[in-house]
Design a protein around this ligand. Structure first.
Ligand code: ADP
Length: 379
């Protein structure tokens, strides 16, 4: 391609112009001669050449001014300009580069050297154009991607809002009416009572599923978590108090052992409360009556350990790697299946990941399970 390149040669001395033009035409270039700066500017604007060879010392507009004007115009700014100095004329190299020239040639010049320089700058200009094209394509792609993600996010938000409104609310209403029916005492037939209780239980498990699905969708959509200074002891104390009733209802002794000395942890108290709620509810749910569930806090060097320990049915070793997967439930071989969504621990993991915390499980079948949360802390 370069051998057919369009070169604009600007020189106010006709003999020089002719000589250079004929030499370069023989090398295979398309030559467009211009006898002064004004003609050169008009020619370049009308049809931008691939390269300009520009004499410096010219009346009216000198080479530096012509170069400046070409660089100021977006249509001609990318054209490589090589300055050519006449015999005995000194070239101000700093000015030549500062106005935008890419190279200079001083006379007398060797034809081979001039062709080599022309070729180098034609190649660089071509590569720059290709890079600019690729950059433009990338920018367009990135714009499309941005649009796509914003549409997806919008769809996700709409989905969350719809599920929340169209599913969660009606289930809540059903649960309310079930309570009213049971409390009103108007249903006396044992069978009818059992039907209403079944409706209530089913509605509750649907409610848990919808709530868990919504929580997970919100977390995965990048819900921002807070980072508040919270007293570890106060936080664990409130988690303990929140579960006293449900533990008592199942005849489980809930114990709390606070850290020896309190520390401040940086957490989102609501979301961490949800983590603790899932772990403590599971401990109660998967433990038989008359056993103990313990909530413990410990501080060691730069880490805070929160443990929820139960003496329940335990988890088989082969299930441990899957425990935090969505919808995973340990296959139940017992007579009575315990209700659950299989999403609680996935939510726990998602929240802890966002809090830069870790979770570990130790469990022995028939002996019990301990979940340990490890939080970083700096004081
Ligand atoms: P689920 O709603 O089923 O309780 P989770 O995600 O909270 O879902 O827990 C996943 C599974 O891990 C449960 O189905 C249960 O089999 C097992 N699991 C969780 N916590 C305990 C625990 N403390 N003791 C025994 N098994 C547990």
């Amino acid at each position: 391609m370069t051998m057919k390149a369009d070169i604009l040669i600007v020189d106010d001395v006709p003999a020089n112009l002719e000589l250079m033009s004929s030499l370069l035409a023989k090398e295979g270039y398309n030559i467009r001669p211009a006898l002064n700066g004004k003609i050169a500017l008009t020619a370049a604007r009308n049809s931008p050449p691939d390269l300009v060879l520009l004499d410096i010392d010219m009346p009216d507009l000198d080479g530096y001014q012509v170069c400046e004007q070409l660089k100021a115009d977006e249509a001609t700014a990318g054209i490589p300009i090589i300055f050519v100095s006449a015999m005995g004329e000194t070239i101000d190299k700093i000015q030549a580069f500062s106005v935008g020239g890419v190279d200079y040639i001083t006379k007398p010049f060797q034809l081979e050297e001039m062709v080599a320089r022309i070729e180098t700058h034609l190649t660089i200009a071509q590569q720059r154009r290709e890079l600019e094209d690729q950059y433009r394509e990338l920018a367009i792609l990135r714009e499309h991607e941005k649009q796509y993600f914003s549409e997806m996010n919008h769809m996700k938000d709409q989905f969350i809002a719809t599920v929340s409104h169209d599913l969660k609310n009606p289930i809540n209403i059903i649960m309310g009416y079930v309570d009213l029916l049971l409390e009103g005492g108007t249903i006396t037939e044992p069978d009818d009572l059992e039907f209403v209780r079944t409706i209530g239980r089913r509605a509750e498990s649907m409610f848990s599923l919808v709530k868990d699905l919504l929580d997970l969708a919100r977390l995965e959509a990048g819900m921002a978590l807070l980072s508040q200074d919270v007293s570890l002891t106060e936080f664990l104390q409130s988690c303990y108090e929140d579960h006293q009733l449900s533990a008592w209802q199942k005849e489980i002794r809930l114990a709390f052992s606070p850290p020896q000395s309190d520390v401040i942890v940086k957490i989102d108290p609501k979301r961490m409360g949800q983590v603790m709620n899932n772990l403590i509810s599971n401990a109660i749910k998967y433990s038989p009556e008359s056993t103990e569930v313990q909530i413990m806090g410990q501080v060691q060097n730069h880490a805070v350990f929160i443990q929820v320990q139960d003496h329940g049915r335990g988890i088989p070793e082969e299930s441990l790697p899957h425990l935090f997967e969505k919808f995973y439930r340990v296959p139940d071989e017992g007579e009575t299946e315990i209700e659950g969504t299989g999403l609680g621990l996935a939510i726990v993991k998602s929240i802890l990941d966002q809090q830069c915390a870790q979770i570990e499980v130790q469990s022995e079948l028939g002996v019990g399970t301990t979940f340990t949360i490890i939080l970083p802390h700096s004081n």
